[in-house]
Design a protein around this ligand. Structure first.
Ligand code: HAM
Length: 424
């Protein structure tokens, strides 16, 4: 687990902001669920034999004897909440999004964190491929919004409970024939849940899994997948089909997908993963509720963005004033700063009494300020502050009173639209 410093926090926030904006455009409302849930919820849904449940959960027992876990993912919690609040009875079609911390005790590696942030959606109530296409398109729009439009979307289908038994049988026979080359865990999983062998992270097992038989879809699953792809094609969402795609959670039926950074090679650096999970509600004692969703790893997206842009944006304005005591220049600086902040700008003033103006100008450059406003003794006498554009070096002056006019001059220097006058 790690600390996120302010320069990175700014990027986290911009990713979350972009995600929320896309959620608004798609008509999704936010749900917030607890970080702690009953351990059993994850065992039943994510799957007893998955890495997440077998090795990665932070679990505890309360003094009252309840077994709880820090959520390793949020689909299970959102389904629980959906059922607990009776949404399946009142408004079965629900478009929900969330953004929050998840916890997995994974082996420490680049891009794998033990506390990480996921932004995700869950769309409940539609069994139709339109919902699958909406969810994949939503994910693509988030990446587009964030300027990461050249990601690689991998799409596949895991069939339904009706087309699984022959697939399961074929896999059992295939892996049993190679059992002497499988890792100890896979040998055990061969009996318990053969699908998990497709997801083993051991190199030797992966090589065997790569050549494993593929699922044969029944007519309904095949039609569903074709219609999903047709809709994505029509929307111009590009994807590649990857019949070898496997998800690390047991609850999926039909459509599954993952999103990778363009040019990324590893399977471990997925930026997003999701799919349909029509059987999850019943597994938790609810009625049948078709559902589809995804979650994206905000930490990994921040890392991808960091390659391309500077991680911290400086303030709009740095105000430089004379540092002798808290005299009139300083007071004027305080007034100007507050007026500009109230107009929505980010403004920093010198509070270390650094030398006027050189040291303060240096600090302004270091902070990455776009504009500097100089309001020293001379400026106080003339009534006009100096405005300096830190990118071009251009200078102009602006009267400090009336203050609204000054604010307009600064907004203009920042090429921001002027605020409308409030209707009287
Ligand atoms: P997941 O594939 O386990 O799916 O996780 C989704 C995304 O979370 C991954 O693609 C990755 O970007 C990020 N992630 C996972 N583990 C870590 C980690 N240790 N460090 C950093 N990022 C990580 C789910 O969690 C499903 N609940 C998604 C879903 C929603 N399916 C349907 N609805």
């Amino acid at each position: 687990m790690r600390d996120i410093r302010p320069e990175d926090t700014a990027l986290f926030q911009s990713v979350e902001k972009g995600f929320r904006e896309v959620a608004r455009r798609f008509g999704y409302g936010q749900i917030r669920t607890p970080h702690l849930e009953a351990t059993d919820l994850f065992v039943r849904t994510v799957g007893e034999t998955t890495d997440i449940v077998e090795k990665e959960m932070y679990s505890l027992e309360t003094k009252g004897g309840d077994r709880l876990s820090l959520r390793p993912e949020n689909t299970a919690g959102v389904v629980r909440a959906y059922l607990e609040h009776g949404l399946h009875r009142t408004a079965p079609l629900q478009r929900l999004f969330y953004c929050g911390e998840m916890f997995r005790h994974e082996s420490a590696q680049k891009k794998r964190f033990r506390e990480f942030t996921q932004a995700g959606i869950e769309c409940f109530g539609s069994p139709h491929p339109e919902a699958d296409a909406e969810v994949v398109a939503f994910a693509c729009e988030v990446f587009r919004e964030l300027g990461l439009g050249d990601v690689r979307v991998e799409l596949s289908t895991f069939g339904c409970p009706a087309c699984r038994p022959p697939f399961r049988q074929a896999l059992r026979e295939y892996f049993a024939a190679a059992s002497d080359r499988l890792c100890a865990e896979c040998k055990r999983r061969l009996e318990k849940n053969v699908f998990r062998l497709l997801d083993c992270k051991e190199e030797s097992c992966r090589a065997i899994a790569d050549a494993a038989p593929r699922i044969e879809l029944d007519d309904e699953c095949s039609c569903h997948f074709d219609a999903t792809k047709r809709m994505l094609d029509a929307m111009g969402c590009t994807y590649v089909e990857n019949p070898r795609l496997v998800r690390g959670l047991d609850y999926y039926t039909r459509t599954i997908f993952e999103v990778f950074p363009a040019g990324g090679s590893g399977r471990q650096d997925a930026l997003c993963g999701g799919g349909r999970y029509d059987a999850l509600s019943e597994l938790l004692g609810g009625p049948p509720v078709p559902a589809v969703g995804f979650a994206m790893g905000v930490d990994r997206i921040v890392m991808a963005l960091k390659g391309g842009q500077s991680s911290s944006a400086g303030p709009d304005v740095f105000i430089v004033t004379e540092a002798t005591d808290a005299g009139p220049s300083r007071s004027m600086g305080g007034q100007l700063a507050l007026a500009l902040r109230r107009a929505g700008l980010s403004v920093v003033t010198d509070i270390l009494r650094k030398k006027f103006p050189d040291k303060q100008l240096k600090d302004a450059a270091k902070a990455g300020a776009r504009l500097v406003v100089i309001a020293g003794g001379d400026e106080l006498t003339s009534g006009e502050a100096i405005i300096k554009d830190m990118n071009t070096g251009e200078q102009s002056t602006a009267a400090m009173a009336p203050i609204d006019t000054f604010v307009s001059a600064v907004r203009k220097a920042l090429a921001l639209p002027q605020e409308k006058e409030s209707a009287s």
